[in-house]
Design a protein around this ligand. Structure first.
Ligand SMILES: Cc1cc2nc3c(=O)[nH]c(=O)nc-3n(C[C@H](O)[C@H](O)[C@H](O)COP(=O)(O)O)c2cc1C
Length: 187
């Protein structure tokens, strides 16, 4: 029997109609057997401040860090802002990257992203991969899920209606399950 994998997902956009948040919700519909997905809300994470950290992590930050520690893997949906990841996402990762415990260290992570441009967040994803390597995370390489022209891929209720993208997303989740089990086995 294969073990249950608990995945924590978060999107780097706080926008109510966020395509990246919608992409995460679509992932929740396409989970392979044995995988669960909890979605973390980054809206109450304050801006990083080392003086604040010196006094102890704020409650919302500590909760995020605890959820990351408890998760077998992460699933990050990144928007592309000026060719990189959003401040919201970078800020959350900065909080999560700090001692004690280094919650992100050696954490398997799958990356995906949606943008309204033609490049489907590829530049943001490349920058995020760079950050993952710096933080010693274990990012899954393939498949890539790049949702270009996102406004055409979701319906008015934010449901992912593009079947090709749903297929890529499903493949990503299967690959993340396999990758996470391999990493855990090697521990
Ligand atoms: C500050 C800002 C910068 C952006 N820069 C890019 C960009 O570099 N490339 C791109 O494809 N889209 C860019 N966009 C458009 C986003 O892809 C679009 O707003 C998208 O809907 C954001 O993701 P979300 O739907 O999850 O909020 C930018 C949007 C904002 C607000």
């Amino acid at each position: 029997m294969t073990s249950l994998l608990q995945v924590l997902g978060f999107a780097g956009s706080l926008r109510r109609g966020s395509y990246n948040a919608a992409l995460l919700r679509a992932a929740g519909e396409l989970l392979p057997e044995g995988m669960t997905l909890e979605i973390a809300d980054l809206s109450s994470i304050p801006l990083y401040n080392e003086d604040v950290r010196d006094q102890g992590y704020p409650e919302a930050v500590q909760a995020l860090r605890d959820h990351i520690v408890g998760a077998d893997a992460l699933l990050i949906a990144t928007p592309e802002y000026n060719g990189s990841i959003s401040g919201v996402l970078k800020n959350a990762l900065d909080w999560a990257s700090r001692a004690p415990g280094l919650p992100l260290k050696e954490k398997p992570v799958a990356i995906m992203g949606a943008s309204t441009g033609n490049m489907g967040s590829v530049r943001a994803q490349m920058h995020l991969r760079h950050l993952c390597s710096y933080m010693n995370m274990f990012p899954l390489n393939k498949p890539e899920v790049l949702v270009a022209q996102a406004q055409d891929k979701f319906d008015v209720d934010g449901r992912l209606i593009d079947e090709v993208t749903r297929g890529f997303l499903s493949d990503l989740l299967i690959a993340l399950a396999d990758w996470t089990r391999r990493v855990k086995k090697a521990e």
